[in-house]
Design a protein around this ligand. Structure first.
Ligand code: SF4
Length: 315
């Protein structure tokens, strides 16, 4: 681990973790606080598609107390108190997570983002969105904000395979993602890519190509990796019940996630290694692990192999 390119690999975790990246950048513990700002999604309201992605039930990836009826400021106060108490966090990044958080007039976006940034101890914003929902005005807004605050644009790719994107009703292509990354790069803000593994028919070798793809995109600074899981109220749950979706096993996921990390450039930090959903709506898989157990299941696999993020990166 003497090479300069491995300088941000945590010696115990064996990866470049986003938590440590934030600590290096801000000099203290920084937590992301989720808010629901009342957005919808163009893949649900008919402008891009209807029905949404087959796995999408936003309850599954958003805490229940971040409801749009509660003011942004009240949501933030509750979230920040929680993180201060539980994790002793000192600074916060407001995560606009639910649905598509650039899907509104730029004036409305500016109002929401600036209100979040006006809260004391908030050092930045993280904006979750689709690659096909980024106007020039929204990009300019984020560019201006990034001159004074931390900004991370989180782009959902999910799969680098167009056939899978179509199968899961994403309503955008790999090309849309590539174009979005190109347009958003070199603007002074971070870009995170979201990926999911375990789609029906997906082979690990196909999924692993996404690591090479991200390595070649200099604008990508972090990644979130999730296992595909079915929750109530989704097409995927219906597919599971009629036998059309068989989740991968925990062992398969851990193996492929570790393979992915070995191929991923050390400069790209890792925001997540698993997806979680409330127990009451979780359909499959039921691996019975808590979030930190999922995280360490993957990291312990790297340890078992004696490898680390980027150790099998191909130039
Ligand atoms: S793009 Fe996101 S919010 Fe929209 S349907 Fe898909 S998963 Fe849901």
């Amino acid at each position: 681990m003497s090479s300069l390119s491995f300088e941000h690999i945590h010696p115990q975790l064996r990866i470049n973790s986003y938590g440590h990246y934030l600590r290096r950048r801000f000099g203290c513990r920084v937590s992301k606080v989720n808010v629901d700002a009342g957005f919808t999604c163009p893949n649900r309201d008919g402008s891009k598609g209807t029905g949404g992605c087959i796995y999408c039930n936003n309850v599954s990836f958003s805490p229940r107390d971040t409801l749009a009826e509660i003011s942004l400021e009240d949501q933030l106060a509750a979230g920040m108190t929680y993180h201060r108490t539980r994790l002793r966090s000192q600074s916060f990044i407001v995560y606009f997570q639910k649905y598509t958080n650039t899907y509104a007039a730029v004036e409305h976006l500016a109002d929401l983002y600036q209100r979040a940034l006006a809260v004391p101890d908030v050092v930045g914003i993280s904006i979750g969105t689709r690659p096909d929902c980024l106007t020039d005005e929204a990009l300019e807004l984020l560019t201006r904000i990034a001159k004074q605050h931390y900004v991370c644009l989180e782009l959902g790719l999910q799969s680098a395979d167009d056939a899978i994107l179509e199968q899961i009703n994403r309503g955008h292509s790999l090309d849309d993602f590539m174009t979005a990354v190109q347009r958003a790069s070199n603007r002074g803000f971070d870009i995170c890519a979201h990926l999911i593994h375990g789609f029906p028919g997906e082979q690990p070798e196909e999924f692993l190509k996404a690591a090479c793809l991200l390595n070649g995109l200099s604008g990508i600074t972090s990644v979130k990796l999730h296992q595909l899981h079915a929750v109530e109220g989704t097409e995927l749950a219906a597919m599971y019940r009629r036998g059309a979706f068989e989740p991968i096993t925990l062992e398969q996921y851990v193996t492929t996630a570790a393979d992915f990390l070995e191929r991923l450039a050390p400069r790209i930090s890792i925001q997540r290694l698993y997806g979680s959903s409330p127990l009451e709506i979780r359909v499959a898989p039921q691996w019975g692990l808590k979030n930190n157990q999922m995280w360490y299941a993957v990291l312990n696999e790297l340890k078992r192999r004696g490898s680390w993020q980027g150790s099998k990166q191909q130039s």
